[in-house]
Design a protein. Sequence first.
Length: 240
Amino acid sequence: MSENKTENQGTESSGGATASIPVIYGTKKGMTRVFDEEGRSVTVTVVSLQDSTVITQVKSVEKEGYSSVQLGFRPKKAQRVNKAEKGHFQKSGVPGFYHVEEFRLAKSDASLAIGSAVSPDFLAPGTFIDVQGTTKGKGFQGVMKAWNFGGSPATHGHSVSHRAPGSIGNRADPGRVFPGHKMAKHMGMDTQTTQNLKVVSYDAETKLLLIAGAVPGSKSWVIRITKAMKKAKSKAKAAK
């Protein structure tokens, strides 16, 4: 479980219990384009918020020493949950979740309740957000793809070494490969955050969110959406 500091926004209720904190999970559905009021084409990423983000635990300064909430996404079936998970998540009303993460809050809020679903009200059109996801896996790749090496000449004695990395160090002195040398490696499957993306629209009926630009990950993968941290900091500095 990772911890990420977010700003608490209070709680509101409409029908079922909802919590208004500026973080929510969604599922990437793909990319398309829409046209703005001036007729310009805007490339957007479609994100589904049909699965609710549920508060599964609330931590306070008095008890744990800091304020945070634990969030669950993508509920599990009862037969796929072990006893430890069942006991931990029973207060939230769901047997368990496939994705669980903890987020720090700037200040504690007694109105946050376990089992409440996070409201997407902060995703108003024009709002800037940060989107975190896992990049697409590329497998084990050579130096030409991983580091943009030029490769060896096609002829002049080069038989099976066209994409080889070449020399990786000296001889007896220093007798080792220096740390950080660019070599073949595993690519992709990294946690990546794309900052300052703009919300184009959100349909409350279909629960589809349109975000201008690309976000990390492949189709059906989980992404985390928060308010843009750098935009908030720049506004605070401007206000001073």
